[in-house]
Design a protein around this ligand. Sequence first.
Ligand code: HEM
Length: 195
Amino acid sequence: MTASVTSETSRSVRLKTATRDSHGALDKRIMAGDIFANRSNFARFLRVQYRFHRSIDALYANPALDALLPDLHERRRLQQVRRDLQDLEQTLPGADIAALGDDLALPAALGWLYVAEGSNLGGTVLYKMAAALGLDRDFGARHLAAHPDGAARHWREFTAALDAVVLTADQEQQVIDAADTAFRSVHGHVEREFC
Ligand code: HEM
């Protein structure tokens, strides 16, 4: 039987389906940058991650989100990305990064956080590949290291909370639109850093 997306499908699964194209295009674009060829190429990827995590950083201090999502504060990864960049003796990307405000509407914030948290799953694949460059959780690839409880479990705890938030149909669409915007925004960071 073919799986179909119905209103009974969980929000996180609907998000995955709705952003398949923007995620796929991003993966492809990043891998086309040959980020595991050498540390200098990998640093470009780190700069993209820095831009992304810098742009969403205010969300981790949002009390309304904190009340809904487990361990929100601990999920923040900007500092790990910063240390990864410093390990590779990179200057930090500039002050031109457009950051989201802490007043972003809740549905949009959920969409952005879905993308940030989900990227940890793909991150586990990238973490293994980074070993070939001598990078790991202590040097250069800290932000890609799986949570001690396991990346899959940590993700399920997040999606369970995300799926439980009660939203109107309009807000539901806002979550999806924001997740798509988040993927496209990361794509923009890639275009900037991989030119
Ligand atoms: C070359 C780079 C990337 C590769 C190879 C990749 C690969 C993957 C893979 C294999 C998964 C599925 C993991 C699983 O289900 O166990 C995944 C999930 C995900 N990735 Fe990526 N990814 C990359 C970059 C990114 C980036 C930069 C972002 C966002 C900033 C991102 C966001 C996501 C999200 C949101 C999910 C969760 C999808 C879901 O299950 O709902 N990925 N990625």
